[in-house]
Design a protein around this ligand. Sequence first.
Ligand code: A3P
Length: 345
Amino acid sequence: MLFKQQALLRQKLFVLGSLAIGSLLYLVARVGSLDRLQPLCPIDGRFGLRSQDEIPLRALQFKRGLLHEFRKGNATKEQIRLHNLVQQLPKAIIIGVRKGGTRALLEMLNLHPAVVKASQEIHFFDNDENYAKGIEWYRKKMPFSYPHQITIEKSPAYFITEEVPERIYKMNSSIKLLIIVREPTTRAISDYTQVLEGKERKNKTYYKFEKLAIDPNTCEVNTKYKAVRTSIYTKHLERWLKYFPIEQFHIVDGDRLITEPLPELQLVEKFLNLPPRISQYNLYFNATRGFYCLRFNIVFNKCLAGSKGRIHPEVDTSVITKLRKFFHPFNQKFYQITGRTFNWP
Ligand code: A3P
């Protein structure tokens, strides 16, 4: 009897073990095949990728594992040499606009195997102290990448800072510039919400949005308020156009990036002369967050931090109407210059 029970137990253990090993093997095979979901198509164009290379696949694996270690500073000089890694100046910069969706854009572009992001905002061109440290300091702030990959950084303060266009031009006059915009009044309220949250965290009180956005003496829009000024996109863009032709800019629709990110990302891939590699598989809607999140593979996915996608305070409708009327002519000019029209009121 005892012998029979032991034999039964052994049989059960064997079945369970086989199931566990089978599942593990399936998972390994599935993860391995995910990178191959999209065929490695010819990569042409400016960044010198060749079709016969399997570099994008290697790069993707690298981004998931080794690159992370390199970022943490755990790489030896030998490893860096072995992998032919370099710290490259950016070939494209997300120059703004603050609260337009700059973080989402950078993180989503980083899904592309040929793109490597600078994780932190570097503030090289807008901060005099950093700028004085020189271009080598800036390059050393860049992540390690393969020579064929492109590095992208984002510092939204660049868009509105007077000195920046000339400084970037001096570094690379043919650099590609990305600007992500949202409906100007919504962007201004988002900007205010971020500052408000900072004040609340420090237990400080702050004015209501209405009080800051409307001049109490004239009852007109307060153009001295930074959140308003930043949303006058055309004024800032015109400064940039003194240095760069409009062809070097690509405008991203930040409102559409929230609701329908893939087509916006595909336009950016085209602008950067990258092969289309970001797919719907890489983006999934997370109902709890209320936003699209990123899927690198079956194991690794992530949503943006909770500080992205804050609930905005309610704003008096007459103030919203006033602001929208104020921005209207500037928006028209912006559409005219950029050749991209939005349905902003
Ligand atoms: P709100 O907080 O006003 O909703 P930035 O990164 O430039 O600071 O922009 C922040 C904005 O990115 C957020 O503004 C949010 O609406 C927007 N955004 C776009 N896509 C997002 C995403 N997938 N997850 C979270 N926020 C996203």
